[in-house]
Design a protein around this ligand. Structure first.
Ligand SMILES: [Zn+2]
Length: 430
């Protein structure tokens, strides 16, 4: 038995040894420990004008890992970062729920992350009593959790309805419903690393069949890699950091053809370069910082984007979702607009409109210490206003850019529906 299997068996055995009564507090303690807050004491207090603008936004967040944790998506939890009631209180209109299935722990320490390291995601799944033996099982279980929450939200009177967004028409309907004052929030499913796709058989038939199964279950945002190199491609924190493999090329092409957005968060520079030559649609990096604006502690340089990778996203017409946590942007919320400005300046140097290529990527519940709360996102609008961003720029960063990309990239997307979505957004929200 390989070392990782021994370590994993130890974790699963310890979880099984704990009765259900003992598991609840243990799961909550792990959740609290990993999903801490580092709220910025110097963050601006939103004034009436900030809150007025904030309430009028269509706010889309490209990445949160809520499904990994044992909290009911429909209940306001006292710990962890986000759930539907807290996101709704913060005026989030569209939330991408990502599935994390394999998280190597860097122990014993090396200067890169390997698939062979102890796997925190599997250990946590075992502790939670979820399927833990395979990354695929963990992913499909989390998708089931999302659909269960969608169905329950339709019946619950005291919580907003989650509207799953599977095509461009559903996005238009969501915008129109929110514009009319309905208590609804869009939800999209994303995969953070297709580690098992092509793992045993990298043939194109097997890879494309698995991508279609994910699509059929509702996946609309596909990130090939997470924090370690996998059979599809290399990670920015992996030990080899290679580009797209043949299986990775098939996976991305099929995902794009099906109408998924491609997310290159965590991808190696070689992977981003390869993908930019392969893909036909704009692609995104859902939650990140940029290396040039985040130096020294607490920044994680390998985790964040190089200038070359930023240029590749911009040249595709894509979007970069800026995160709220210190390892991405540095300490203090004032760094969030600094990172955005850097990306916008790079876009303008390339003849693009800078504000069209920045979005929000909170990484709530992503085992990071977030500097803004899901239920108090008015702080973010206040921060952007204090940095001198005008209303149009804030509207685009907050959600219009995401809507524009989805209007063309999702199934049923077309210039006509993109125009209808743009008009629906212009009607405003109260
Ligand atoms: Zn991530």
């Amino acid at each position: 038995m390989k070392r990782r299997h021994l370590l994993f068996a130890g974790g699963a055995g310890a979880a099984a040894a704990l009765g259900w009564g003992a598991r609840g507090p243990a799961i909550a303690a792990v959740d609290r420990g990993f999903n801490r807050f580092a709220l910025d004491p110097d963050a601006p207090e939103p004034d009436a004008a900030d809150l007025d603008m904030h309430q009028g936004l269509f706010l889309a967040d490209l990445h949160a890992d809520c499904l990994k944790w044992d909290r009911d998506l429909l209940q306001w939890s006292e710990y962890g970062h986000a759930d539907v009631p807290r996101l709704h209180a913060g005026n989030t209109a569209l939330q991408v729920f990502a599935m994390v299935t394999h998280s190597p722990v860097n122990f014993p320490w090396r200067d890169c992350l390997s698939a062979d390291a102890p796997n925190h995601a599997a250990w946590l799944a075992a502790l939670q009593g979820r399927p833990f033996r395979s990354a695929r099982g963990r992913a499909f279980y989390q998708m089931d959790l999302f659909w269960d929450a969608v169905h329950r939200s339709r019946l619950a009177a005291d919580t907003p309805e989650i509207r799953p967004i599977l095509n461009a028409s559903e996005l238009l309907a969501l915008i129109e419903a929110r514009s009319a004052g309905a208590s609804v929030m869009g939800g999209m499913l994303a995969l953070e690393g297709g580690h098992w796709v092509g793992q045993y058989d990298p043939g194109p038939g097997v890879v494309s069949a698995e991508i279609r199964r994910l699509y059929d279950r509702g996946l609309r945002i596909f990130a090939p890699v997470h924090r370690f190199d996998n059979p599809l491609g290399g990670s920015s924190e992996g030990c080899e950091r290679y580009g797209l493999t043949p299986a990775g090329r098939v996976a991305l092409q099929v995902a794009e053809e099906q109408g998924m957005m491609i997310d290159l968060a965590h991808a190696s520079e070689d992977l981003i370069r390869d993908a930019s030559e392969l893909l036909r649609n704009p692609f995104i990096v859902s939650h990140t910082g940029v290396r040039a604006v985040c130096e020294g502690l607490p920044c994680l340089p390998d985790r964040n984007m190089s200038d070359d990778s930023i240029r590749a996203v911009l040249d595709s017409g894509g979007l970069i979702g800026v995160g709220y946590w210190g390892q991405a942007v540095g300490e203090g919320v004032a760094n969030i607009p600094r990172v955005m400005e850097y990306i916008m300046e790079m876009a303008e140097q390339r003849g693009l409109n800078g504000a069209d290529h920045v979005a929000l990527g909170s990484d709530f519940d992503g085992s990071v210490a977030t500097q803004i709360s899901a239920n108090e996102l008015g702080v973010l609008t206040a921060t952007l206003r204090r940095a001198g961003f005008d209303a149009s720029t804030i509207e685009r960063i907050a959600g219009r850019n995401v809507c524009r990309l989805l209007a063309s990239g999702l199934p049923g997307g077309s210039p006509v529906i993109a125009e209808n979505i743009e008009q629906a957004l212009q009607k405003g929200f109260v």
